[in-house]
Each structure stands twice: as C-alpha cells, then as structure tokens.
Design a protein around this ligand. Structure first.
Ligand SMILES: Nc1ncnc2c1ncn2[C@@H]1O[C@H](COP(=O)(O)OP(=O)(O)OP(=O)(O)O)[C@@H](O)[C@H]1O
Ligand SMILES: [Mg+2]
Length: 474
C-alpha cells in the first residue's frame, strides 16, 4: 500500500520536528511547513491529512483550513489549538476540520487521532468505490442498441423510472433482456437505494412462494417458530421483480391482485394489514392473453398488470443492433479471457445478421463467448460461429466412430477440449460442461499432458483440419 502523506504545519520548530518524526515512525510520509503560505504550497500536490496549528505567523489557521478544503474537500485536517475556544471550534468544524488536539500536545493521542481519521477516509473511499461499481452495471447505457426499437424502449424505461407509476409488465421472448430492463428500471429510479428483490415465480412450490412473498406470524403453521417478514415487506420503498409471472399459482394471483389494489398485505396467520410501498415489475415470456383464455391466469390480474406493458423486441426485430452487441461482448470477453480480439470479419457479421436468434441476446452472448474461447487470431471468422448459428442444437463435439468404448470417447473429448483451448483447463471444462475438479480428475485419470494430447488427439479418428474440428464443436 502506498504511504499516506501527512503535512505538519507549525511555526514552533521543535514541536513540528517532534510530531513529524513520530508520524514517520508510524509509517507515514510527512511534509513540514512553518507557515500558512508554505502549507498551501505543499498541500497543492495533494496530501491525505494536515495537522494544522491554529496560530500561524502569516495567515490564521482557519483561513488556511478554508483554503485547503476548497481545493481538496477530501483532505482531513486536525487543528492544533492552545486556547480551546468554543467559537473557534465550532467555526473550524463547520469549515470541515476533522478534529482538535489541544496544546500542550499528547503525541500518542495525536497519532491515534491521525490513524482513526485516515481509517475513516479509507472506509469512505471503499464504500464509494463499491457503490460506483454496483450502480454502474445497471445504467441505461448497459442496454446496447440504437435501432428505433431500442431507442423507444430506452425512452420508455427512462420515463417509467422517473415516474412514481408503480406496476410494470415486461413482455418478451426468452433472452430478450427482461431481467436487465427490470434492474435498470430499479437502479435508475428514485428507489435505487432501497432493495431490489428478484423472485422467480416458477422456482418455488405454491406454499413456499406464498410465505416468501407475504411472510408469516409466529405460529402460523407448525414450523413457524418465529415471525418472518415476506419479501414484499422487506422490499419496502424498493422494487420487487416477479419473474415468470405466468407461472404463478392461481391462488397466489388472487393475493397479489389484492396487494396491488390495496397496497397492503397481511402476513400468513396475521390479523393486521401492513402498508407497503413497492414497485412490482412482472415479467413473462408467455402470451398472457392465452393463459387467461386457458384459465391459467386471472383476467383481473392481467388487466391490473397490463396497465403499463413494456414490449422487449426479439433480436431478429432489431438485427441492426447486432454489430454493436457483438462489439459489446467482444469487449467483455477480451477482458475476461485476457485476449485481444478486434472484432468479427465481414463475412461473419453477414452470417450472424441472417440468423434468426431464437434465444435472442442471450444466445448471441453465448455464441460470442464460445467464438472468443476458440479464436486464435484477432478476428472472429464465420467458421467459429458456423454451427452455433446455423444448426440450432446444443454443444456437441465430433462423434467418435462406431464400436469405441466410453472411456476412449471421454478421453478423446477431454483431449480435444484441452487442445482447442490451448490447455486452459477452466475454459476446456466449460466447453464440456464440467467443473475444474472434474476436468482435473479426468486429466489425471487419462494421464493427459500437452505433448501427449497433440500426438493422440481427435485427428486420430477424424483427420480433419483445425477449422473443421473447431466447427464440429458447438
Ligand atoms: N439490449 C441489450 N443490451 C445488452 N445486453 C442485453 C440486451 N438484451 C439482453 N441483454 C443480455 O442478454 C442476456 C439475457 O437477457 P435477460 O436475462 O435479461 O433475458 P430475459 O428476457 O430475462 O430472458 P428469460 O425470459 O429467459 O428470463 C443477459 O446477459 C442480458 O444482460
Ligand atoms: Mg429472465
């Protein structure tokens, strides 16, 4: 860690030297100034903390303090004063002094004070960085695309985020960005500092989903030993994302409707209503009208949710955004895989643009990820995508000939994956759907080594070229 810099300002040379020496022993870089002007000059390069005498020969301590704070508001200042006057103390605090130390000085107390002040700033800086890094992924700019469809989608998101309107229904095919939009809606709204709670309605059995959402009182059922707040309640002031709302059981649909209309809820087994302010963002990739017709979704709830429907277009409906999306993911995977790929070739771009993308942006992301794993040079050529895009089928390696036993097949697949990823075990494991331990186990079991796999790899049964082999694996 870089040393923190402390500036000690005092015209009494002996005292200044003593403080400086003690602070250096404590591990800080220490600068010294004998008057206000010198102090401001030295501080101009940026210091973390200033120990400042209140009485200086040229300027008074308070005006130096004021000047320091104006130039660098984050600078900590500990003011040394011989005459503890309440007025001066109050003024100094208002000007942003961190603390006071009275003269005659207790050196050890000063060191403790300095350490504590710097620790506070460190923490504050960390919190700020953390906040910035958390808030950043969910800004409007994270939604890539400048086609008319995406432009009007973004305008709509911006408008909804800024308005107090409480319920939103996100409609769109799988992979079209409903999760992303829900988060952007929350994190760009006035609710951003309150919780964002994500509930997948299909993931839990009915009774669990109910108690998760509404909570329960102690004794509401056999296992309810303690009161538990539901997610709706704990998200108060924030957003609740109800994903796959089309799968919500009918009974719960009725309870949700009541909540949406009355903005109050009752814990299971409870007897009083609690007022809760959350924005419900519901999402589905099903045609809810059809669910209504089939009797699986309450019509009244559908109309209640459908007040503010937001349609996310499938990728094929805004295919002009594909180049920007590809560039976005090339960027991301360059960072993740530490590669330096510049982009896709013209032929690849044409091919990708002609594909129908049933899995939408998620499928594109996966396709680019796989191409980025396989690529050797700095351009993604069409063959790296060929099978991803044209044949719609899950990951597959080339098939071994008839009559080969399973062990051999497994060994060949592991060897192929390792060879294709330049022996990057993490990447190879990912291609095979294994975790690192599992691939490690197989490398040991089959005694695979880089040279060995080169002599004894997929070529022994296929004899294909490198490109073909890459293509065989999707
Ligand atoms: N316009 C976009 N710009 C950038 N990334 C996008 C865009 N649309 C979708 N994505 C990304 O695509 C992936 C899939 O999107 P998301 O998970 O939001 O889809 P979904 O509509 O919730 O799908 P599902 O119905 O399967 O839950 C995510 O990684 C998301 O960040
Ligand atoms: Mg989703």
């Amino acid at each position: 860690m870089a040393h923190e810099t402390i500036l000690v300002v005092d015209d009494e040379q002996l005292l200044r030297r003593t403080m400086a020496r003690r602070l250096r022993t404590a591990g800080y870089d220490v600068l010294e100034a004998a008057d206000g002007r010198q102090a401001l000059e030295l501080a101009a390069d940026g210091v973390d903390l200033v120990v400042l005498d209140y009485r200086l020969p040229d300027l008074d301590g308070l005006s130096v303090l004021k000047e320091l704070k104006q130039r660098a508001p984050d600078t900590l200042v500990i003011l040394l004063t011989a005459y503890a006057s309440i007025d001066a103390a109050v003024t100094a605090m208002k000007l942003g002094a961190y603390h006071f130390a009275n003269k005659p000085l207790d050196l050890e107390a000063l060191v403790a004070m300095v350490e504590q002040a710097l620790e506070t700033t460190r923490l504050r800086r960390e919190v700020r960085q953390l906040r910035a890094s958390q808030a950043q992924p969910y800004s409007l700019e994270q939604i890539v695309g400048s086609s008319p469809a995406m432009t009007s989608l973004k305008a709509m998101i911006q408008e909804i985020a800024a308005s107090p309107a409480s319920t939103v229904l996100l409609l769109g095919e799988s992979g079209s960005g409903k999760d992303l939009v829900a988060k952007v809606l929350h994190y760009t709204s006035a609710r951003a500092s309150r919780p964002f709670v994500n509930i997948t309605c299909s993931a839990l059995p009915e009774t669990l989903l109910e108690s998760e959402l509404f909570g329960y009182e102690r004794g509401a059922f056999t296992d309810a030993r303690q009161m538990k707040r539901g997610l709706l309640e704990s998200a108060d002031g924030g957003t609740v994302f109800l994903d796959e709302i089309g799968e919500m059981p009918l009974l719960l649909q009725a309870k949700l409707l009541r909540f949406l209309e009355e903005k109050t809820l009752r814990r299971l087994g409870g007897s009083s209503d609690l007022r809760v302010d959350v924005r419900i963002v519901a999402a589905t990739n099903r045609a809810l009208e059809e669910e209504v017709r089939a009797g699986r979704f309450r019509e009244d709830l559908f109309y209640r949710l459908n007040v503010l429907p937001v349609h996310l277009p499938p990728l094929r409906a805004h295919i002009e955004d594909l180049p920007a999306l590809v560039a976005h993911y090339v960027d991301i995977f360059n960072r993740e895989f530490k590669k330096n790929v510049r982009g896709v070739s013209a032929a690849a771009l044409r091919m990708l643009s002609e594909y129908s993308w049933p899995g939408n942006v998620r499928e594109l992301r996966n396709a680019v990820e796989r191409a980025m794993l396989l690529v050797r040079g700095d351009t993604l050529e069409a063959d790296l995508f060929a099978l991803n895009a044209v044949r719609e089928r899950p990951a597959q390696f080339e098939l071994p000939p008839e009559g080969v036993d399973l062990e051999t097949v497994e060994r060949m697949l592991v060897a192929q994956a390792l060879e294709r990823t330049g022996w990057n075990q993490t990447q190879a494991a990912r291609l095979l759907g294994l975790n690192r331990d599992q691939i490690h186990y197989r490398i040991e079991k089959f005694k695979l080594a880089p040279e060995k796999s080169r002599q004894n790899n997929g070529r022994s049964w296929s004899g294909r070229t490198g490109t073909d082999r890459a293509r065989g694996m999707v």
